[in-house]
Design a protein around this ligand. Structure first.
Ligand code: ADP
Ligand code: MG
Length: 375
């Protein structure tokens, strides 16, 4: 419903006027695309990875460099992954439907497939496998970008969004090894692999035994600095004839710990309530609306937590980012013992409910912290 709202945009990738900062990241990614450097891009959810990749794509793409975007969020197996991968590569490296059909016939003749294509030739087609591809065919699918690049005499970058998903496939470790062994020989194709769930992404490359160890450049996306947000927010208010002070804009950013999506969403709730200028009541009401919007999701995400896990969540929500297992915290929040804290921390990390930044522990979702404190 927010498609009419081009003022503060959330819930979809942002571009143009709604995109702020990220100049250095954009330049780095564009250069990696242009020079064929493989990239891992990591950040917590909703900080702006997808938007950044799409922006870099729009800058770097030209007739000699095709940039394919594929989201594997919904894939549950290597077959589904390869199918999506191949279908995205086929459609996005060609300008015309005839061309991708031709490529499909040329490179995918080992198995039969059906095509669901809409009338609009620019839409992504969906390949429907008629038979389960054999190992050989699976490799053919993975070789597709390189073969097309050779044939068309172009370079290709394949950007794979929510890449952490492959960590939960059956036989994932073996699949990762296969991916790496095929991709590392590609000369005209490079890869940008990105996703949230840092601990899962890092598991692909964090030591020399891992398939993607030293596969490429690693970018840890940072928060957009508060001064960019303040300018962004105050400019948008002023443009619409309303006023907000730098201090109030900073308050918005602080409440949500600079989470890009929540900054935009909270700003929107503040904006909606403001006739002329922002005041404290408006800020407080807007924050309550934001929390209320999230309650159902938070309840669902925490309902299966143990009492100990909830206690540690509350401890972090109260602003404790280090020394969680201090004697004071253990007794105040009833955390059992320091070895218990280690176990709880690990399980919350695996659930992606908390994240570690430079040794400090944060709730992955800052609004969940506000909700916990209000309970
Ligand atoms: N560069 C940016 N400038 C302003 N807002 C942004 C920016 N990047 C992300 N956002 C906000 O964050 C939300 C999530 O962005 P998205 O790119 O989908 O993040 P991710 O892929 O990391 O989950 C967007 O809907 C928007 O509200
Ligand atoms: Mg994304």
């Amino acid at each position: 419903m927010d498609y009419m709202n081009n003022l503060f945009v959330f819930g979809k990738t942002v571009s143009g006027d709604a995109f702020t900062d990220r100049e250095k990241d954009t330049a780095k990614l564009v250069a990696n695309f242009q020079y064929g450097v493989n990239t891992f891009l990591l950040s917590p959810r909703r900080w702006g990875k997808t938007s950044l990749v799409k922006k870099a794509k729009s800058i770097a793409e030209n007739s000699k460099l095709k940039i394919v975007y594929v989201d594997v969020h919904l894939c549950r197996s290597r077959e589904e992954f390869c199918e999506r991968f191949a279908s995205a590569v086929l459609t996005q490296t060609s300008n015309k439907m005839e061309e991708w059909m031709e490529n499909a016939k040329m490179f995918l003749n080992r198995f039969s497939f059906g095509v669901n294509a809409s009338a609009d030739p620019t839409n992504e087609l969906t390949l429907k496998m008629q038979i389960l591809p054999q190992e050989q065919s699976m490799e053919d699918l993975l070789q597709l970008p390189e073969r097309i690049a050779k044939r068309k005499k172009i370079s290709v970058v394949v950007c794979i969004d929510e890449f952490q998903q492959i960590g939960s496939f059956p036989n994932s470790a073996q699949f990762q090894t296969e991916l790496r062994s095929v991709w590392q020989h590609h000369e005209l194709t490079s890869y940008c692999l990105f996703g949230s769930k840092k601990h899962m992404m890092e598991a692909f490359f964090d030591d020399s035994s891992k398939p993607f160890y030293k596969f490429g450049d690693i970018i840890y996306l940072q928060r957009i600095p508060v001064e960019y947000w303040v300018k962004y927010i105050t400019d948008k208010f002023h443009h619409e004839g309303k006023s907000i002070t730098a201090k109030q804009a900073t308050w918005i950013v602080d409440q949500v710990e600079g989470n890009s999506s929540y900054v935009q969403q909270l700003s929107w709730y503040v904006f909606q309530r403001t006739t002329k200028s922002v005041n404290n009541d408006i800020l407080a009401e807007a924050l309550t609306e934001l929390v209320e919007q999230c309650v159902d999701v938070f309840e669902a995400r925490t309902e299966s937590l143990t009492a100990y896990q909830m206690n540690l969540m509350r401890c972090i929500a109260d602003g404790n980012h280090t020394g969680l297992s201090s004697a004071k915290n253990i007794s105040k929040y009833n955390l059992g013992s320091s070895s218990n804290v280690v176990i709880i921390k690990k399980s919350l990390l695996e659930k992606d409910l908390i994240s570690v930044e430079k040794k400090d522990v944060f709730l992955s979702d800052p609004v969940m912290g506000i909700w916990l404190k209000r309970q």
